[in-house]
Design a protein around this ligand. Structure first.
Ligand code: 3H9
Length: 759
């Protein structure tokens, strides 16, 4: 018996217990595959075994997919193709096993893990919160390479399968059952028995009417159209004939292109593998499997996949990081927090906290304002219930955790008090003093400010070591990043406690040093400023936004101004510009927009047209939803659009500013590591993930080349392009931010940037 797979017995049923030794999760690796193949041979040849159950020995993980570290060692596309073919062959063997094979799933069943489950003949999954089924390969720049692009559409239909394969979406057991992936859902403690019961049922059924185990379980699928709604029937009708299928694939390809801008080859190749598979009915060993293997090998060698895999490992490392250079610093427990300010940010923070099981005291100055905050949290939950992501019971439990107040009642019991009031330093100082007079002496005071240095806020505090910044992004319930800001005086336990709180709220957390604009707003400022320069030179708004979306940002900088709010951006950027006026010259104009009451989407008056009450009758009555430029904006700015500038030139000017400012932050010790800088820019600002973040991108561009490009721009456009000093140092020493084959010094990990520790 292998230490990877143990075989236990219950009568004539074999239980294959998967348990990769010494690892927190099961992953598919050559060693695992050998052990699993040997166990399957035993099931095949041992006449006393009539059926088998595949279950995990881990507490809350079935199989997390192929071992990504092994994938990283693949050197050529051909090797990748071979790896995929081996996976396909191993799983085909499972699917063809003449004895019923049941997957018993608890915890993550992802990628290759779901492919194993799909090759089994029946799937039982638990209703545990950790149980998630999906094919997240596209998020790593890959496609499911062990038959997933063929077996999933064969099981649940092409349209439903594409929804999972092209997005990497993960389903809980209940939703997986509704989709037709899972046959039975049960509570976690009953999993083993439920799987054994299923094996016995299949054995009985087969004995009554012998047929292949697969046929025994797919019979229900044949009866499915009777239970489908109109939308599903249309999808099936489209899938069932070649012309309909062509329409379906053409639509999917078009939708993909418009979403990815052609920057992500993985979903396109996955779609192609499904399309080819569909032409031969997803036959075992058919052309679809060959296309899948070819796509897998190609993608494994792609630079996009390498960057996305880097992001996976960076976020995994951040899950374990306590935010302090001393890894032994412990977080203190947080049972209750107080949230001061019930606006969109405050209400959003209250919601993510309550959702994590933390009691929240939500305070605002009057009942109407707190009521609005509660209604906002309730709306988020209503939407989740409507989409069946939460139950009405969950909604009631979460809402019960948020208690409203208009005074400081209950603040004494809070371990962390977060303020999200107006960006007014007098007000913040008043609140710090009031809070300190009523809260516990061990309570932490966190500010959600995006513009005021935390050191300035802490000046009013009697306990400045317990003052910290927690910069959330809007909308809080959707944005994955939390930027935590520490001053020279913030205590390490305060940092560790807030990092832990952020993780419980579901955030990826980076810790940065206090300073003007912290990290994210600081690198956004010069980027937006450059877009404004380009605009003031007479380049059209659409041309600027298209240039940056073509580079890979989800929205262009001008559209982003409308979304964030021109007034908000103006306030934030004036702080950054004032601090760096010696090197950041900014064009005039934004003041004219403010004077013209252009605040962006929120008041329907910005760079684009919105069909809101405020914009109706001004220009267009059609609902353009921000898709068309409001040409009157040029007059407000005193600009005549018409200057032609190459898209690449526009994009380069803007990204150079962001990357150079990130290098400034790195050199000044604002960041703990290049890794944090990459994650902050990707998760907080939408820096194109396939480029890996500003530091990975700088490395792949080449530090000397980056330096030269900045110098050329400095000559042409002025001092705002002067390279960050760290870049010149690194170029002179032949350094990169990340190690190259372990040869260069590693500047990417905390504690290796040559600066003293932040905390
Ligand atoms: C694939 O399957 C390709 C196939 O289709 C084709 C084959 C031919 N590999 O996140 P955590 C490690 S591609 C290697 O902190 P959690 C992780 O690095 C794969 N390592 O725990 C960490 O290590 P360490 C498709 C992995 O509970 C430790 O496990 N699959 C892998 O918060 C704990 O992880 C995916 O994309 C892996 N596949 O979340 C799933 N998975 O302790 C990726 C985890 O040394 N994984 N590790 O730092 C996840 O989404 C999450 O890790 C998971 C657990 C939900 C499983």
């Amino acid at each position: 018996m292998s230490e990877f797979v143990r075989i236990e017995r219950q009568g004539n049923i074999a239980i294959l217990v998967l348990d990769v030794p010494g690892e927190p999760v099961n992953t598919l690796s050559p060693k695992f595959s050998d052990a699993f193949a040997a166990a399957i041979s035993t099931v095949e040849t041992d006449a006393s075994i009539a059926a088998a159950v595949v279950i995990s020995g881990k507490k809350d993980n079935f199989i997390a997919g192929a071992d990504i570290k092994v994938l990283e060692t693949v050197r050529t596309a051909d090797e990748g193709v071979e790896l995929s073919k081996q996976g396909q062959a191993a799983l085909l063997r499972l699917a063809r096993l003449p004895k019923p094979l049941i997957a018993a799933i608890n915890g993550a069943c992802l990628g290759g893990g779901l492919e194993v489950a799909l090759a089994c003949h029946y799937r039982v999954a638990t209703d545990d919160k950790k149980t998630k089924l999906g094919l997240p390969e596209v998020q790593l720049g890959l496609l499911p390479g062990a038959g997933g692009t063929q077996r999933l559409p064969k099981l649940i239909g092409i349209a439903a399968a594409l929804d999972l394969i092209l997005t990497g979406k993960q389903l809980n057991a209940k939703r997986a059952k509704a989709a037709g992936i899972v046959d039975v859902v049960c509570p976690a403690p009953l999993l083993r028995q439920a799987a054994i019961d299923a094996a016995e049922k299949l054995l009985k059924r087969n004995a009554a009417a012998p047929r292949s185990p697969l046929a025994a379980t797919s019979a229900w699928f044949k009866a499915l159209p009777g239970h489908l709604n109109q939308k599903d029937l249309t999808a099936l009708a489209l899938e069932d004939n070649p012309l309909g299928r062509k329409v379906l694939f053409d639509q999917a390809r078009k939708a993909l292109r418009s979403k990815t801008g052609g920057h992500y080859p993985a979903p396109e190749l996955a779609l192609e593998a499904v399309r080819i598979g569909a032409t031969c009915g997803f036959a075992d060993d058919g052309a679809g499997y060959a296309a899948e293997a070819a796509g897998f090998g190609k993608l494994l060698m792609s630079p996009e996949s390498k960057q996305l895999i880097n992001i996976f490992f960076a976020t995994t490392a951040l899950k374990k990081d306590n935010g302090c250079d001393d890894a032994t610093v412990q977080a203190r427990p947080v049972e209750q927090i107080a949230m001061l300010g019930a606006g969109l940010m405050g209400a959003g923070i209250a919601y993510v906290s309550a959702n994590a099981g933390i009691a929240v005291r939500l305070k605002d100055r009057d009942a109407a304002s707190v009521g609005k905050g509660l209604a906002y949290a309730r709306d988020i939950l209503d939407e989740r219930v409507r989409k069946r992501r939460s139950t009405p019971r969950d909604r009631a439990d979460i809402m019960a955790k948020i208690s409203p107040t208009t005074d400081y009642a209950g603040v004494r019991d809070a371990s962390v008090i977060i303020e999200a009031v107006f960006e007014d330093i007098e007000l913040k100082h008043k609140i710090v003093r009031e809070v300190e007079s009523v809260c516990s002496p061990t309570a932490i005071f966190a500010s959600n400010t995006s513009t005021i240095p935390i050191t300035t806020i802490a000046r009013a505090a009697a306990r400045p070591g317990q003052v910290i910044g927690m910069h959330y992004f809007s909308p809080v319930q959707k944005m994955p990043l939390l930027e935590i800001i520490v001053t020279d005086r913030t205590e390490p336990w305060v940092v560790a406690t807030c990092v832990e709180l952020g993780k419980r709220q579901g955030k990826t957390v980076i810790v940065v040093h206090d300073g003007v604009g912290f990290y994210t707003s600081r690198i956004l400022g010069p980027y937006m400023n450059e877009a404004f320069h380009v605009l003031s030179e007479g380049v059209a708004v659409e041309a600027i936004d298209q240039a940056l979306t073509a580079f890979g940002y989800p929205v262009g900088p001008v559209k982003l101004l409308d979304e964030v709010g021109i007034d908000v951006a103006h306030k934030a950027s004036s702080v950054v510009k004032a601090a760096f006026a010696h090197r950041l010259d900014s064009p005039p104009g934004i003041e004219a927009l403010i004077a013209d009451d252009r605040k962006g989407r929120k008041n329907g008056r910005g760079f684009y047209l919105y069909n809101t009450a405020a914009s109706k009758g001004r220009k267009s009555k059609r609902d353009t939803g921000g898709r068309e430029v409001d040409v009157t904006v040029y007059k407000t700015l005193g600009i005549t659009p018409g200057t032609a500038m190459a898209s690449e030139q526009i994009a380069t000017r803007c990204w150079l500013q962001m990357v150079n400012e990130a290098a400034h932050c790195f050199g000044e010790g604002v960041l703990r590591s290049a890794r944090d800088g990459d994650i902050g820019a990707i998760f907080g600002l939408g820096f194109p993930p396939f480029r890996g973040g500003p530091f990975r991108f700088a490395d792949s561009y080449g530090i000397p080349a980056l330096l030269a490009t900045l110098q050329a721009h400095e000559q042409r456009y002025g001092k705002r392009f002067a390279p960050a000093p760290v870049l010149a140092d690194m170029a002179a020493r032949g350094q990169t931010f990340y190690p190259v084959d372990g040869k260069t010094p590693n500047l990417a990990e905390p504690g290796h940037h040559g600066k003293p520790p932040l905390v």
